[in-house]
Design a protein around this ligand. Structure first.
Ligand SMILES: [Zn+2]
Length: 173
């Protein structure tokens, strides 16, 4: 099935929309400064805030997208669509091959947040892709018909720590 990206990723006046929902577009300066400020000032609470915001937005956005494209029925197609949306939004590359409704492993060899963090702050000592973890949780909850907060996503290796790739372990919460 062909998706009309020119239509889906649209501009209405000053607003940019994805499948009818307004989205915010930020460069890495904004996104990484936001993350650093949340981590530096709020610690784990800031990390959870970032995770939860990304989870809610991706859950609602992807649920809307799937309702709009109701002919996309198989889980495999929905996962492929999630990967395409992630890439088309400039967030990076994400592989969903080793995942099921019970969880699994997701690999990201390239991402906006990794590139931005390394450019601004260099190597981290802890995994830092909190936005991506939340985004993963939200889309999987939308795809598998689970409620928000169903999936826990832990990052086990991270390119911000100079690991070869970001690997996310997904488990039912
Ligand atoms: Zn990472």
């Amino acid at each position: 099935m062909l998706i009309n990206w020119e239509h889906e990723l649209d501009r209405v006046g000053h607003r940019v929309t994805l499948s009818g929902l307004p989205i915010a577009m930020h460069c890495h300066h904004y996104n990484i400064n936001l993350q650093k400020m949340l981590e530096d000032t709020m610690g784990e609470t800031g990390v959870r805030l970032l995770f939860g915001a990304a989870e809610e937005v991706s859950f609602h956005g992807f649920t809307s997208f799937l309702q709009h494209y109701s002919r996309i029925k198989t889980v495999k197609s929905k996962l492929e669509l999630a990967s395409t949306v992630y890439q088309n939004c400039g967030l990076g590359v994400m592989h969903f091959q080793k995942i099921s409704h019970r969880g699994g492993i997701i690999v990201s060899p390239s991402s906006h947040h990794v590139t931005g963090w390394l450019a601004k702050h260099g190597k981290r000592e802890t995994p830092g892709c909190h936005f991506s973890r939340g985004w993963i949780a939200g889309v999987l909850e939308a795809i598998y018909g689970r409620p928000l907060r169903h999936f826990a996503v832990e990052e086990v290796t991270c390119k911000m720590m100079r690991h070869e790739e970001c690997r996310f372990l997904v488990e039912e919460g």
